[in-house]
Structure formats: C-alpha cells, structure tokens
Design a protein around this ligand. Structure first.
Ligand SMILES: NC(=O)c1ccc[n+]([C@@H]2O[C@H](COP(=O)([O-])OP(=O)(O)OC[C@H]3O[C@@H](n4cnc5c(N)ncnc54)[C@H](O)[C@@H]3O)[C@@H](O)[C@H]2O)c1
Ligand SMILES: O=C(O)C(=O)C[C@@H](O)[C@H](O)[C@H](O)COP(=O)(O)O
Ligand SMILES: [Zn+2]
Length: 362
C-alpha cells in the first residue's frame, strides 16, 4: 500500500492507495463515531454498495445508507437536501461520519453536506472514478453547481481520510477513464514536465489501466496535489494553478448543460485552449501546444470545443471564482511544467476562440 499525507491548516489526513481498499475502509472510521452514513448512487451501489456496507458494519456502529440520483445534473441544492433529510430523519448526531462512495459528484456533495450538517461533521472520501482518485477526493474543495456557474456554492472542508481502491476502476466506462486522465496530465503541464513526458509515453498503458502505469499516475497526482494544497489550502494564490483548463472547461459544462460533456472532457479541451492562449501571451512554443493537443487526443478526450458564440463563451467564463472586478483570469503555462494565474484581456481570449474552426463568430 502507498500512503500520501495531506497537511493543511483545515486538517491533516492520509490518502491510502492500493487494490482492495474497499474492504479495509473500517480502519479509517474514527473510534468515537456514533453512526456511519454511507452515501452513494445506484450505479455504484450495484457494484460496491454491499461490500462497503459490510466492511463498515465490522466497526459495530449503525450504518445508514443514502442513495442520491446519479449524474452531474443532480449536483444541486435539491439533491444535497436529500442528505440532510436522511441524516435528520435517522436522526444522526454530531459524531456521525459520512462516507462518500463514488466519483467527484458524490464526493463534492457529501463533502459539502459534511461541512454544513450541524455546522460540520467528519467525512471519509472513497473515490471510485479515476478523476476522483487523482483529484476531487483530495484537497477539500466541496460544492454544488448553480445553473449560472460550476461549483458556485460550496466550502473548503477536508476529509479525515481518503481510501483509494484501484480495483474499482475495472468497472468504470472507458469514457470516464479518459476524463480522469485529463486531470492527470494537468499536473504534468502545470508542475512537473517530467511527469508530462511520462504521460505522453504511457498514454496507451494508462487508457488500458495497465496496473503499474495507473498506480504511478494516481500516486504522483496525489503527491502533486497534496503538495500544492498543503501550501495554499484556500486558494489565496498558488492553488489556482490546479484550475488550468477549467475557465474554458467550466464554460463548456455550464453552456451545454451539466452532464453533456464530462468534467474531464471539458477540462481536456479547455487545456488545449489555455495552451493556445499561453502561446499568445507567454510565447509557449507551437510545438508544445501541439504536444498538449496530441496528448489530450491520445487519452481519448475531445480537443475541439463545441460550437458556441464567442460572446456567450466570454459571459459564461466571467462567472468563475478567479474573476476579479469583472476581469477574466486564466491559468497559463509559459513552459511545460510551470504555471501562472493572471488577468487576460477579453480580446486575447476572443482571438483564441475565433481561431478555432468550430466556433460560431457572432
Ligand atoms: N473537489 C475537487 O477538487 C474536484 C476536482 C475535480 C473534479 N471535481 C468535480 O467532480 C465531478 C466529476 O467527477 P467524476 O468525473 O468522478 O464524475 P461522476 O462522479 O459523475 O462519476 C462518473 C460516472 O461513473 C459512475 N461510477 C463511479 N464509479 C464507478 C465505478 N467504479 N464503476 C462504474 N461506474 C462508476 C458514476 O455513477 C457516474 O455515472 C464534477 O462535478 C467536478 O466538478 C471536483
Ligand atoms: O482542487 C482544486 O483547487 C482544483 O481546482 C481542482 C479542479 O480539478 C476541480 O475541478 C475544482 O473543483 C475546480 O475548482 P473551482 O474552484 O474552479 O470550482
Ligand atoms: Zn477539475
């Protein structure tokens, strides 16, 4: 088993990474928990619900099961409230421990519920998608979407543990693997040029879930994210680099309707656009922009954005947590392995969007 430690002012916790981790989940439940709420969706429950329930029951504590509807479209107030309804109906006290068994949608919502319920209860992340294992379960960003913008209502709230079972990736659809790989290559682009080159060499092995390759990708991603979050838990500066590709990506998700493109697909495409913008502003060489595009395609994500009016792109992108005083801010890569976050004039963004063939120019 590999363990990566996350150290933040809001909490320190281990990320355990190994095959078979679902069966050892009881080790992460704090001894003084009065009850456990296992929260998942019907898709994941079919595969792993009983196994995790039985493993949690070995603690001798009551285990309450809560199932939320599956999908990005349900990462909203109404669905969040189903968690509070169930916790209060039981009723669960302040020493309940929530267990988020699922992808980023479940993890983000359960984390936000944990931050809010009785003003804060403990929770454990059990990420079951590649994206959640390499990114969303780590670092304590929790949120729900608003029709006008992604993750617009949420909190920074750290879990007490993250348990990554690499075996669960076997039941994940190929499209979800590709989406998760987008966040993996993001780390290489923004922080670790060597890791980016390794991803280029291993793209096929990663898509095929070759055990050594996928384990290395998960561990390295967790290490890099833990390192960033450990320095800037609440995104007062450095942490914003983890948003590379997300200004464009979130606009795709909100603009097309949540769930139309997967988050990772939108981020993959967003990274190609952000690389183009980096070339305009910082002179990122055309050969490196081509490497980004080629790797996004190689992992199976779209590199061509959906057709959308340029002014609509801009207004969607302005609803972003990085925006200051109405001015768009982007994470840019002057070089592969290095990132900065800065204001960018609208015209530079227009120029990039207008250069992309699929865009409708108003
Ligand atoms: N908090 C963060 O730091 C952070 C980081 C990245 C992304 N996110 C958020 O994460 C969300 C995307 O997460 P996601 O990509 O995991 O999508 P998801 O949670 O919607 O899961 C994708 C699909 O896979 C299914 N699934 C999950 N595990 C499975 C398994 N092992 N076998 C078979 N099916 C399985 C789910 O039921 C779902 O249908 C977005 O809302 C995004 O904003 C948050
Ligand atoms: O952990 C972070 O910080 C990230 O930005 C990781 C992103 O991959 C993730 O999608 C995050 O939820 C986006 O954050 P947001 O603040 O733009 O909603
Ligand atoms: Zn993301």
């Amino acid at each position: 088993m590999k363990t990566v430690q996350v150290e933040t002012p809001g909490g320190s916790y281990p990320i355990h990474i190994a095959p078979g981790q679902l069966s050892t989940i009881a080790q992460s439940v704090p001894a003084d928990a009065t009850a456990i709420a296992l929260i998942t969706n019907p898709t994941i429950a079919t595969h792993y619900g009983s196994q995790v329930h039985d493993a949690l029951a070995t603690t001798g504590k009551p285990v309450l099961r809560i199932e939320l509807p599956d999908g990005e479209a349900y990462k909203d107030w109404q669905t969040l409230n189903l968690i509070f309804d169930a916790l209060l109906a039981y009723p669960c006290d302040r020493k309940v421990v929530l267990v988020a068994l699922g992808g980023g949608v479940i993890g983000d919502m359960v984390g936000f519920a944990a931050a809010c319920y009785m003003r804060g209860v403990r929770f454990i992340q059990v990420p079951t998608t590649l994206l959640a294992q390499v990114d969303s379960s780590v670092g304590g960003k929790t949120a729900i979407n608003h029709p006008l913008g992604k993750n617009m209502v949420g909190a920074f709230y750290q879990p007490v543990a993250v348990q990554i079972d690499t075996d669960v990736l076997r039941t994940l659809p190929a499209r979800e693997i590709s989406a998760g790989l987008a966040e993996v290559i993001k780390y290489g682009l923004i922080i670790d040029a060597e890791f980016f080159a390794w991803c280029e060499e291993n793209a096929a092995a990663l898509r095929a879930l070759e055990p050594q390759a996928i384990s290395h990708a998960i561990q390295r991603s967790c290490e890099l994210k833990a390192h960033v979050v450990g320095q800037d838990e609440r995104e007062s500066g450095l942490r914003a680099i983890l948003n590379f590709g997300h200004t464009f990506g979130h606009a795709i998700e909100a603009g097309l309707g949540y769930g139309e493109w997967l988050h990772g697909e939108a981020v993959g495409c967003g990274m190609v656009l952000a690389a183009e913008l980096s070339a305009r502003i910082h002179g990122l060489p055309a050969s490196d922009v081509a490497r980004v595009r080629a790797l996004v395609e190689a992992i199976g994500c779209p590199a061509v954005p959906p057709s959308m009016d340029v002014e609509r792109w801009l207004s969607l992108m302005r609803v972003d947590k990085k925006t200051e005083g109405g001015q768009l801010r982007f994470v840019l890569v002057p070089r592969v392995g290095e990132a900065v976050c800065q204001n960018v004039p609208d015209d530079e963004v227009r120029a990039v969007l207008q250069a992309v063939a699929a865009v409708d120019v108003a």
